[in-house]
Design a protein around this ligand. Structure first.
Ligand SMILES: [Zn+2]
Length: 265
């Protein structure tokens, strides 16, 4: 399966979700270079790989042979989380691409309807995070895989698309009350957003259990938030980030988990 297929599949599902739920996302990418402060061991390993391969490629794929430090870290975290390692790791190398400043776990279904898992690592995220913060973000993404959030989200979205289609068809064919399809659409939107936030919290909590210091995850989320959003977006997202809990909330519960870990050790 090619990456193009994977990306177009993801985009199709994303588009379907957006169309069915009138989803509005906030938080445009802002490649602000002023936050480039860290060049840790994973970044150096990646920089060496990038030099060897063509710089014109939109995505780079690396093997454990080419990036032993990164892959042994992924292996260690996967073992702690009791999951199989992701099938592929892709690096996004173009600043203008979505995901250049992000790390994301994604999935696809193979012909037997089994989930294949992928990690997308944006070069910008590599540049922004310390090694500990980068490991914490990887633990969060792997926790999405552990909890099968991709497949569960896909099923939820497909179910809601079917429900919305039926309700709207009922309205169009029977001239039934318009309030029903509107309420169902609105409810679907709120349901998908609430589900997304609950997945993020679950992944944060699972990640915090397998990393040494849960504050590293809070710091990483803050660093990515500051890098990816303009000052105005940062203020707005404090109140209206529908797809994720606010960074403020996440920092707070991660700090509590860090404290609890310190006391118990
Ligand atoms: Zn997440």
């Amino acid at each position: 399966m090619t990456l193009g297929t994977i990306m177009s599949f993801k985009k199709t599902i994303g588009l379907m979700a957006i169309i069915s739920c009138f989803c509005v996302t906030v938080g445009a990418q802002n490649n602000n270079a002023s936050n480039h402060v860290v060049n840790g061991k994973y970044f150096h390993e990646f920089a060496a790989l990038k030099q060897k391969k063509s710089q014109d490629q939109k995505y780079l794929v690396a093997s454990a042979y080419e990036m032993p430090l990164l892959f042994s870290m992924i292996k260690k975290l996967s073992e702690k989380l009791k999951i199989d390692q992701p099938c592929y790791v892709y690096f996004i190398t173009k600043p203008e691409d979505d995901g250049y400043n992000a790390v994301e776990a994604a999935g696809d279904l193979n012909e037997n309807f089994q989930t294949l898992t992928f990690l997308f690592i944006g070069e910008g995220a590599f540049e922004t995070l310390s090694d500990e913060q980068f490991e914490a973000i990887m633990a969060h993404e792997l926790s999405h895989i552990k909890n099968d959030h991709y497949t569960k989200g896909l099923k939820l979205e497909l179910g809601l698309i079917a429900l919305n289609a039926l309700t709207w068809a009922g309205f169009i064919l029977n001239q039934a009350n318009l309030a029903y399809p509107i309420l169902i659409s609105l409810g679907s939107l709120l349901g998908v957003l609430a589900y997304s936030r609950s997945c993020e919290r679950e992944a944060d909590h699972d990640a915090a259990r397998v990393i040494d210091n849960p504050n590293d995850l809070g710091d990483a989320l803050r660093a990515l938030h500051n890098r990816n959003n303009t000052p105005l977006e940062q203020i707005l997202l404090k109140y209206i980030d529908f797809t994720h809990p606010s960074v403020h909330e996440r920092e707070a519960y991660l700090a509590k988990m860090a404290q609890a870990k310190q006391i118990s050790s």
